[in-house]
Design a protein. Structure first.
Length: 379
């Protein structure tokens, strides 16, 4: 049997296997085959590997130190499909990103300093920099804390993630089509208006009520209709075709399963989370329900929240028009989004110029993360 040293970390509302690139390179085998074997794919249960049988737990982070550039570590994100022999490197995972800094400290790639260690992370999927500000009192990494995020039990240390100049992560443009709204023609459905925005990850936004949803549904309620899931994937496929990610829309689940991410938005209303918490409409600015790998996301992808914040400050986009808070004249705006298991807060620094449009300087949010396991995986 083959083997490799690995760690398992929870980052935000995701969980993944963390590997050092030098250890992968030393194996001398095809990287995708190694990752599939480690995670136990393809198999709906991933019973023969470390995957957790849902997209948020079938993720890998590959880390290396950087000696020549003005950042500390290089990070490649891999989304390992569960029931298909596919490893996708298209786009980044913000939740997994939140654990890269602490992994780098734990692995000796970055020295911790008092009181906060800032790890500069270069994401190779998007060619973007992330500043991860990690509390390290007395130069020590301490996982205990009093900060809580929706979708994760318990509390932990508060990590500030600052995504620098996130626009054009995959397409090179904040508005890949040049339009704030595009009309797509979807097979067996007809026309639907969408907004396609690329910041941290490319997202395609639609109004929830255009596909028969209210917008306050939880993930299980969205997933309970195979017909609806097929329709949502057709819409996402039409957007992927328009972006040039695939040649025809029906290739989406095989050729570009992870990007763009379909995102349902609606006005803020009172709702109850999957965990039974009552969320008041005055506590958040926009309702967001995301899709991930052809299923509804249990909470929200961090990069999805960041891209939604960017879309909100672009006049005329669907999220901007549905946003409860329209006082976006400030160059720094806090926006809170409601997802099926709670709330997520973002802060966006941007400039709005009538001639040049919107320039996104940075978007920040907060996560918790922790080490779960270090050891050797055999495959």
């Amino acid at each position: 049997m083959k083997k490799i040293e690995c760690s398992i970390y929870r980052g935000g509302t995701s969980k993944g296997v963390f590997l050092l690139k030098k250890d992968l390179d030393r194996l001398g085998y095809d990287q995708d085959e190694v990752l599939l074997r480690i995670m136990g794919s393809p198999d709906v249960r991933q019973i023969d590997g470390l995957g957790g049988a849902v997209s948020t737990t079938s993720k890998v982070a590959i880390i290396s130190n950087e000696e020549n550039e003005d950042w500390d570590v290089n990070y490649t994100f891999a989304q390992v499909a569960i029931d298909k022999p596919i490893v996708s490197y298209a786009g980044n995972c913000g939740n997994i990103s939140s654990a890269v800094g602490i992994f780098s400290i734990e692995s000796g790639l970055v020295d911790a300093v008092d009181p906060i260690t800032t790890v500069k992370v270069y994401n190779k999927n998007t060619n973007k920099i992330i500043y991860e500000h990690i509390p390290t009192p007395d130069g020590q990494l301490v996982y205990e804390g009093d900060f809580k995020i929706s979708g994760v039990p318990g509390r932990g240390l508060k990590i500030v993630l600052e995504f620098m100049e996130p626009a054009g992560s995959i397409t090179g443009k904040l508005l890949p089509t040049g339009n704030v709204v595009d009309t797509l023609t979807v097979e067996d459905f007809g026309e639907i208006d969408v907004s396609i925005v690329d910041a941290a990850n490319p997202l395609v936004f639609i109004e929830a009520n255009k596909v028969g949803l209210i917008g306050n549904e939880n993930a299980s309620e969205i997933d309970n209709s195979e017909e609806r899931l097929r329709l949502l994937e057709k819409i996402r496929g039409a957007a992927a075709e328009k972006l040039g990610f695939i040649k025809t829309a029906d290739q989406s689940s095989q050729k570009s399963p992870g990007v763009p991410k379909l995102t349902l938005v609606s006005r803020a209303e009172n709702y109850t989370t999957v965990g039974g918490e009552n969320i008041r409409s005055d506590s958040y600015d926009l309702a967001v329900r995301m899709m991930s790998m052809q299923k509804a996301h249990k909470t929200i992808a961090l990069t999805g929240a960041l891209c939604t914040a960017a879309a909100c400050v672009i006049p005329g986009t669907i999220p901007n028009l549905l946003l409860k808070k329209n006082n976006l004249s400030s160059n720094q705006t806090k926006l809170v989004f409601g997802h099926s298991d709670g709330l997520i807060e973002t802060t966006i620094n941007y400039e709005l110029n009538k001639e040049e449009g919107v320039t996104i300087r940075s978007i920040s949010s907060y996560r918790t993360a922790r080490k779960i396991l270090t050891g050797t995986v055999f495959f």
